[in-house]
Write a new protein. Structure first.
Length: 374
């Protein structure tokens, strides 16, 4: 039987890790794309959690205790990874070498060195690995990027990027959280990365960053708050705040351009209604009316990003959220940490092999590295 061009190709999918994010957002995304995906396998070291996930997924999913066993038996087309960050590099490379594409929760790796290991595995295998940055996806973000990129709002001048969330001591009681070796950092890596990834998506390349970090409340190795000043290539200046100390939680981006302010306020996901455009006094009303968000309202979500990846798979091209694009967001995190630890400005592109912050986000700094590395 020959498939017509309109017939969707169903990709065989496996999930690795069956915790809340996979049982929720990833499973919902697969259900939304059921005409293009078939969930065939799940991996988890906890047999009870794996059993519960298989029942939740309909009972027709094969279960495995290890990634290696699953890859050998199933040879899936796509692997979705939702395990703790320290496992991402190894599991992603194993999936690539087994012939699968990968969609992995953030952060894809704990360092730029690990990211470049994955890039080498992509080159070797001819497959691709993407990282979940779902806030780029959705009609509101796409519309804002078009307006800013086209110059319709005038040149960007000032921006604010805010991830002010709240996490208590019970949250950090999970052993892998708040530790360099298992999480890669604090809210800079695990929380605010979604929002400043969207900022980079909207404003493009940055030139210089000056940052501060602090561990004010939590008994962790890594920070619980960070702040940064950023200069973008186009000249815009931005502030970036990442916090898990903020009782009134919000996620926010504001960009003041020459002709308009565009503002997004939400928490864990956005729709069209969360984007507000305020014209400058000199802008005619009919021009401002043209900035209205699209009629179609596509929320930012794992569903939207998975759709983009499946489109790329069908076309045989690199998917969004992978390669240099995703590496740039991780480089931003590394530069923020380097500036905070050294007290010096850091320029884009300066963290290369041989730089201590290339191998680890803490850079081996004695005030921040784990005791065994201090």
């Amino acid at each position: 039987m020959t498939l017509s061009p309109a017939t969707p190709v169903r990709r065989r999918v496996a999930v690795v890790g069956t915790g809340a994010i996979v049982s929720g957002s990833h499973l919902d995304a697969l259900a939304a794309h059921a005409d293009r995906t078939e969930l065939v396998a799940a991996v988890d070291v906890d047999p009870d959690r794996l059993r519960a996930f298989r029942e939740l997924a309909g009972g027709k999913v094969n279960g495995y205790p290890s990634v290696e066993d699953m890859l050998d038996a199933e040879r899936p087309d796509l692997v979705l990874i939702g395990t703790p960050p320290a496992l991402h590099r190894e599991q992603t490379i194993a999936a690539l070498r087994a012939g699968a594409w990968v969609l992995c929760e953030k952060p894809l790796t704990l360092s730029l060195a690990e990211y470049d290991d994955i890039a080498a595995a992509e080159e070797e295998s001819g497959r691709y690995a993407s990282v979940i940055f779902q806030h780029r996806y959705g009609s509101g973000a796409q519309h804002a990027r078009r307006l800013i990129g086209s110059g319709e709002l005038g040149a960007p001048r000032v921006a604010h990027c805010q991830t002010t969330w709240y996490r208590d001591a019970a949250y950090y009681a999970v052993p892998w959280r708040g530790r360099w070796a298992s999480e890669g950092g604090g809210p800079t890596m695990g929380h605010g990365i979604h929002q400043y990834d969207l900022l980079l998506h909207l404003l493009g390349e940055w030139e210089e960053i000056r940052a501060m970090t602090a561990r004010l409340v939590h008994d962790t190795e890594s920070e619980d708050v960070s702040t940064a000043l950023v200069r973008f290539t186009g000249g815009a200046l931005a502030t970036v705040v990442n916090s898990v100390l903020s009782p009134q939680e919000t996620s926010r981006i504001r960009i003041d351009c020459a002709d308009a302010t565009v503002e997004l306020t939400h928490l864990y996901g956005h729709r069209n209604e969360d984007w507000v455009y305020t014209p400058a006094p000199h802008v005619a009303a009919d021009r401002a009316d043209a900035w209205r968000t699209p009629a179609a309202d596509v929320p930012s979500s794992h569903t939207a990003q998975l759709g983009g990846l499946l489109d790329a798979y069908d076309a045989g091209v690199r998917p969004p959220g992978s390669g240099p694009e995703a590496r740039a967001t991780l480089e931003f995190a590394a530069a923020l940490y380097k500036s905070a630890f050294t007290g010096l400005p850091v320029r884009s592109g300066e963290i290369t092999p041989g730089d201590p912050f290339y191998a680890a986000m803490h850079g081996g700094h004695p005030d921040w590295a784990p005791k065994e590395q201090a």
